[in-house]
Design a protein around this ligand. Structure first.
Ligand code: ATP
Length: 902
């Protein structure tokens, strides 16, 4: 007895609950129609009445929450204290300036974070569930949000149930209700009315929103939407993106905390030491605050958030929707991509090419879903009317089929499974357009685990099972061969001939499918064991599914990037190896699902050392393969589309679901949804992930080197006994107003050419490795000492001018050197001459805006007053530029030399 914890009685129909009504009563009550569904006008009316089919969002972030977050930082509190102290000592301007800058910074950070939130919301919308309905007599795919009571919904294996439905047709439908009841066994559903007092978990004529179909297909009428559904009453669930912090953000958070402590320690030490040495208390307090402000890269969190938000959009352009933010980063460090074949590496455009029949092989001409084409034997067109065996096979292929061909203008397209559509097309090449009556009595559905499908229909003398599936699965169930009156026992010789035929087809890269039938004896139970047994083999079909054209290049790119590509397919070993060869994937060995189960974990790990493809696998095998790779220390990205792929998708470091082919269940379990199902998009997303990681590294280093520069200037200045070099307001201006902008611009840097030519970065790699720390310290020391040099030169030279001018030159000098320094971080490896000076115009714009702002800071009277500056002369600017130039020129020359040495 399932554990029902969550659901309660439907309020809407307590007197006569939906499950207790007949289909006719339900349709009548909802003014619906089980063949045509609702009309468009009805839908509009009902939408107005019932509203959208959504559950209330639990975690929608409000703008004021985001705004408040900007002002709840310890540093902000320190600055507020500084402002209060400034007021207390009569420095009202300083207090106002500090507050103005804090406010400005808060607003800028708010805009950045709010943009990030909006990007997440937009993503949520893109991920919103869709479903198939019949409206105005036509089947259509719609946004599940627009469903209304009375709508006729089609369900099939892998679909998430989009609303509460009363079933009106059900073909072996099984539903996983664990989301609602906690019960993990799928429940078989049917359309019969039930007793009024049937407990909710046993209402087999109903399916509930939020649960998912694990088998079969069905048609149901919507009886409740949104908050009126059972799920709506007990849970608040939306398809939202988790607002998690990524590993890199966590590492940056730790770095931030460490810097915060360092800031407090350094400031207190310096302030106390200075005061002990006899410096005025106020000056030392200001110095302490300046140091604290200088150590912490205040703009960093907001810049990281914005960069990630922009990264989400960049991923969307690359056809990858992130369901978890951390996926971009993890994908960048993936070392193995496990990918399925059909539709990802291949086009999923099936065309029947060869048909092996007991009387000989027939070739089929034509391409794609256009039924133009004919049948040939030895290159000669044949009249199919004279081949009953061919007609019988095509006939069964169309009976055991859910696909439909659509002739739209001069284009033929398919709806449903391409494998089945290909069989329809082949049949159309014989008898054009004749529909098969849909008098299905029973169906044993296809699944990647069963690898076969059977449909039971009425035949001339009783029930007939029409069956198709992987030859290795169907052949053992066959005991006879032939068709109609020409049926004989299947001999070992027949078996060998069929096997060599499908082996040959597979070796040329064709997908193979055996077709069989059986006239069922009277009273035969309609289950797998009885129906799919003692079959009559009609023949074997070979279908071509050409590789996607962009795959070979993507595989080469993956290999260069140190990423191993491992094909895991449901198709046969020979097909898998043939396709692998065509796409340039070396596969010295193929392991099938049945081989896999015989291997111990250690043997599997050993097998993974070789260049291997996995064939005839079931989704369950994928989980084992992921684990084996992970045990070897790999970071695994895994693709999936079926219901049973969910565990492997969850287990993988990055689960990638197929947006077009994938089931709702697979999408729900994934980290990334591909909108075009292409393998090359995975590699594109890896490149994008690496670009984002690189760029975050770049601006972290840039911001920290600037901060080190400021600390060095202040600290060394105290050591040599100079007067206060930088005021807190000036440091705030530098860090918050001018640096943030340049850092955001660095985050927009395009991917470096080398990004896919280096090995993946280990997730355990610290944000700052040794070379990173050396670069920050080296460049930071130059910034600090150069500013100090300028300051003391102006303080001591006779013609240079006043102390106020010295301060302004040091202040402007630091900013200008930092702007020259930003160019160093456009690439961590290559000189700008190679990267291209104009490839990231945002950096140039940010530099220009910063210089303009600094010019305002020294020439606009009210800013002069606020920032304690005096006007600079041309000579001063020239001197600053001369001092700033080496910070860019020297690293550039070093990079240039290093890039020339192999
Ligand atoms: P990949 O994992 O590379 O994407 P796949 O998912 O298409 O491959 P499956 O769907 O598991 O692999 O198919 C495995 C085999 O099952 C096919 O080789 C074919 O023989 C058989 N098969 C595929 N589709 C059907 C179907 N609709 N009905 C019956 N048999 C099918």
């Amino acid at each position: 007895m399932p554990k029902v914890t969550l659901i309660e009685e439907p309020s809407q129909c307590d007197d006569s609950p939906w499950h207790a009504m007949t289909v006719e009563q339900t349709t009548a009550l909802l003014h619906s129609n089980v063949t045509a569904g609702l009309s468009d006008t009805e839908v509009v009316r009902l939408q107005e009445k019932h509203g959208p089919n959504v559950l209330s969002a639990t975690d929608a972030v409000r703008w004021y929450q985001v705004l408040a977050r900007q002002f709840t930082d310890v540093l902000i509190l320190i600055l507020l204290v500084a402002a209060v102290v400034s007021i207390a000592v009569g420095e009202l301007t300083d207090a106002v300036t500090i507050l103005a800058i804090v406010l400005l910074n808060g607003m800028l950070s708010f805009v950045q974070e709010w943009k990030a939130e909006r990007a997440l919301e937009a993503l949520t919308e893109m991920l919103s569930p869709r479903c198939h309905v019949i409206r105005e007599g036509k089947e259509q795919e719609i946004d599940a949000v627009t469903l209304v009571p009375g709508d006729l919904v089609l369900l099939e294996i892998g679909n998430r149930v989009p609303a509460d439905l009363r079933l009106v047709e059900s073909m072996n439908l099984k539903i996983d209700e664990s989301a609602l009841t906690g019960e993990s066994m799928s429940v078989l559903k049917h359309v019969d009315a039930l007793a009024k007092d049937t407990p909710l978990a046993e209402r087999a004529s109903m399916v509930w929103m939020g649960t998912s179909a694990t088998n079969g297909r069905a048609l149901g009428i919507v009886v409740a939407t949104g908050a009126d559904t059972q799920f709506g009453k007990i849970a608040q669930l939306t398809e939202t993106i988790e607002r998690e912090t990524t590993p890199l953000q966590q590492k940056l958070g730790v770095l931030g905390t460490q810097l915060g402590f360092a800031a407090i320690f350094v400031s207190v030490m310096v302030a106390v030491a200075g005061w002990a040495m006899g410096k005025p208390v106020l000056e030392m307090f200001l110095t302490g605050v300046s140091l604290a402000v200088a150590v912490v890269p205040e703009g960093l969190p907001a810049v990281v958030t914005l960069t990630m938000a922009l990264g989400i959009r960049a991923m969307v352009r690359r056809k990858a929707l992130l369901r978890r933010l951390r996926a971009a980063e993890t994908l960048g460090s993936a070392t193995v991509v496990c990918t399925d074949k059909t539709g990802t590496l291949t086009q999923n455009q099936m065309t029947v090419r060869e048909i092996w029949l007991p009387n000989g092989t027939v070739s089929v001409t034509g391409v794609g879903y256009d039924p133009a084409g004919h049948f040939e034997v030895d290159g000669q067109q044949i009249d199919y009317h004279q081949r009953d065996d061919l007609i019988a096979l095509l006939d069964t292929g169309t009976h055991c089929n859910h696909a439909r061909l659509v002739h739209d203008g001069d284009r033929w397209t398919e709806s449903g499974e391409p494998t089945e559509a290909a069989l329809l097309v082949a049949a159309y090449k014989a008898w054009r357009g004749e529909e098969k009556p849909s008098d299905v009595v029973h169906e044993l559905s296809f699944s990647s685990t069963r690898k076969r499908m059977t449909v039971v229909k009425h035949g001339p003398t009783g029930l007939v099972a029409h069956c198709k599936g992987a030859p290795e699965v169907i052949m053992p169930q066959c005991t006879r061969i032939g068709h109609g009156n020409d049926v004989r026992p299947l001999t070992a010789d027949d078996r060998a001939k069929a096997e060599s035929a499908y082996q040959r087809m597979a070796e040329s890269g064709l997908r193979t499918l055996a077709i069989a039938y059986r006239e069922l004896p009277q009273g035969c139970p309609l289950d797998e064991g009885h129906v799919e047994d003692e079959l009559v083999l009609l023949g074997v079909v070979g279908m071509l599914d050409p590789p996607r054209l962009d795959v070979p290049a993507a595989i080469r790119m993956a290999l260069q990037a140190g990423i191993r590509v491992c094909m895991i397919t449901g198709d046969s070993a020979a097909t898998a190896q043939a396709i692998a060869k065509k796409i340039g994937l070396s596969a010295t060995k193929a392991l099938t699902g049945s081989d896999l189960v015989k291997l111990s974990d250690q043997e599997l790990c050993d097998a993974l050392q070789e260049e291997i493809v996995f064939a005839r696998t079931t989704p369950e095998h994928k989980l084992r393969i992921v684990k084996a790779f992970q045990d070897q220390g790999h970071v695994v990205a895994m693709t999936g589309d079926g219901v049973n792929d969910a565990p492997a998708l969850k287990k993988a470091d990055v689960g990638i679901a197929m947006g077009l082919r994938g089931t709702d269940v697979a999408k729900g379990a994934s980290d990334i949804v591909l909108t075009d199902d292409k393998f090359s998009s995975i590699i594109g997303a890896v490149e994008e992930g690496r670009r984002q990681y690189d760029n975050i590294q770049k601006f972290v280093r840039y911001l920290l080197s600037s901060n080190v520069g400021e600390v060095v200037a202040i600290f060394v200045n105290i050591l040599i006994g100079g007067p206060l070099i930088l005021l807190p307001v000036q440091i705030l201006w530098m860090n918050l107003v001018t640096d943030g902008m340049t850092a955001v611009a660095l985050g927009l840097e395009p991917a470096e050419k080398s990004v896919m030519q280096r090995m993946p970065i280990s997730p355990r790699e610290p944000v700052l490795n040794k070379s990173g720390i050396a670069i920050i310290l080296g460049l930071g020391t130059y910034i600090g000492l150069a500013a100090l040099l300028l300051f003391h030169y102006y303080l001591h030279s006779d013609d240079a001018g006043t102390a106020a001018l010295a301060e302004t030159v040091a202040f402007t000098g630091i900013i200008m050197i930092e702007k020259a320094n930003v160019l160093n971080f456009r690439s961590l490896h290559s000189p700008l001459t190679r990267v291209g000076f104009f490839t990231n115009p945002w950096v140039l714009i940010a530099i220009a805006v910063t210089v303009a702002l600094q010019a305002c800071a020294v020439y606009v009277p009210f800013l002069q007053h606020a920032l304690h500056t005096t006007p600079l002369r041309w000579f001063d600017w020239a001197l600053i530029i001369i001092v700033a130039a080496p910070i860019f020129i020297v690293p550039e020359v070093v990079k240039w030399f290093r890039s020339r040495t192999p």
